[in-house]
Design a protein around this ligand. Structure first.
Ligand code: ATP
Ligand code: MG
Length: 399
């Protein structure tokens, strides 16, 4: 018995009222995007389901990729047949036979989308269930906690039978919630922040500040690899690499040591915000977590955040480091993040950064330098690369 379809159930999309069509189309495109190397697949969307006709393609790789797509609540391997009771009964038996083991328990759950169908759900459950029971051995019914839940969806055009569900990634389809710029360092936190934002349907572009010769090509490669991991969840990502050396050197020269970190963050934010505007994104995202380091206290946030009124999303703000590490492991970024490297911030880290910097002070220190000129110079030298998933697979093959 071969499953010929995958049936995809939506999560929160179902509650999005008038925007629903847009959400579904977006999801369909995102699913297509990760499955472009399966040209035979055929897609069909209805108001509450997306069906993929497998046309004999092997489902295993497809199942693994679908698990990463936001906007999917759950999905199942399915068999399609005519909406005709004797055919449904026969297919149900085949489906159960292909998965059951002796002493398994099962139940039938019918959903009757076609209200004109001559049998109601109770009768359907009964007829299908008894047909399966009569024709199998060592299978019993358990309506509360069955091992196999044979789900039957009777629709006008066809009936779909499924008996194993995969959990989807939840969230909303990437791109349905606009675009934001992720400040991606080489650390553990910012990739996790990016992942969590993608989960809520927001498309990402990525910004990385690097300071050659203080930071090496290796550090840059690390960020490229991290961005590539994120493409598994949201498709291709634009990465903007911003030269930051001149600004950092100027800060070292002009700003008292315990305020250099505050100033550095402010400059990063200024540049990121300019890039955001140029790329028509709506928000900035960072991996900050309250109290984790001196630049992440509430007082520091007041002093740093002052350079922009753009919304800054900080998905990790209330998380403990261990919680963040756990997510980074589950999304595959952890091992890249812990590669040794030099970050442009750690290199210039002062011995005693201010944990309670004063906005008036930092503004005054900066006022003696034309930072705006340096900011626009560095913006003029931004290097942009597009990171795709295909590159990742090619790269993996080389290893
Ligand atoms: P991470 O693990 O993400 O590096 P962190 O705990 O090391 O975070 P900081 O180094 O203080 O924290 O950085 C705070 C946030 O600032 C980062 O999460 C990231 O969003 C941004 N950031 C820091 N350094 C860079 C950089 N070189 N390029 C881009 N963004 C950066
Ligand atoms: Mg860091």
């Amino acid at each position: 018995m071969k499953f010929d379809h995958i049936l995809i159930r939506f999560g929160e999309i179902s509650t999005k009222g008038r925007n629903r069509r847009k959400f579904i189309d977006r999801l369909k495109n995102n699913v297509r995007d990760v499955l472009t190397d399966f040209p035979n697949l055929e897609y069909q969307g209805t108001r509450d389901r997306l069906y993929i006709h497998l046309h004999n393609e092997d489902h295993e790789v497809i199942v693994e990729r679908l698990k990463n797509i936001f906007g999917i609540q759950s999905f199942s391997l399915a068999i399609k047949c005519k909406s005709d009771i004797s055919e449904i009964k026969e297919m149900a038996l085949k489906a159960v036979n292909s998965v059951f083991q002796p002493y398994d328990t099962f139940k039938v759950t019918t959903k009757r989308a076609d209200k004109q169908f001559p049998l109601d759900t109770n009768e359907l459950n009964y007829q299908i269930g008894s047909h399966v029971l009569i024709n199998t051995e060592d299978l019993t019914v358990d309506v509360k906690n069955p091992k196999i839940n044979l789900r039957v969806e009777v629709r006008k055009e066809a009936t779909y039978l499924t008996c194993y569900d995969f959990k989807g990634a939840g969230g909303l389809p990437v791109g349905s919630g606009g675009k934001a710029m992720l400040l991606l360092s080489g650390g553990i936190d910012s990739p996790v922040a990016g992942f969590l934002t993608l989960k809520r349907g927001v498309e990402l572009e990525v910004i990385h500040f690097f300071s050659p010769p203080y930071t090496s090509e290796r550090a840059k490669q690390k960020v490229i690899d991290l961005a590539r991991e994120l493409t598994a969840f949201g498709g291709k990502i634009k990465l903007h690499i911003v030269p930051f050396t001149a600004i950092q050197e100027k800060i070292q020269e002009q700003v008292p040591e315990n305020y250099t970190m505050t100033s550095t963050r402010r400059m990063m934010l200024k540049i990121a915000d300019k890039l955001r505007e140029k790329q028509q994104a709506l928000a900035l995202i960072t991996g900050e977590s309250l109290g984790q380091v001196a630049s992440q206290t509430l007082e520091s946030m007041v002093a740093i955040n002052d350079v922009t009124s753009t919304p800054i999303i900080r998905p990790l703000i209330t998380m403990d480091k261990l919680e963040i590490i756990e997510i980074s492991k589950s999304i595959g970024t952890h091992d890249i993040s812990i590669r040794p490297y030099e970050d442009c911030c750690t290199i210039f880290t002062p011995a005693n950064p201010k944990t309670k910097p004063k906005l008036e002070k930092v503004s005054r220190f900066e006022s003696f330098v034309d930072f705006d000129e340096l900011v626009s110079q560095s913006l003029n030298k931004v290097e942009t690369i597009v990171i795709t998933k295909e590159q990742k697979e090619k790269f993996d093959n080389l290893l």
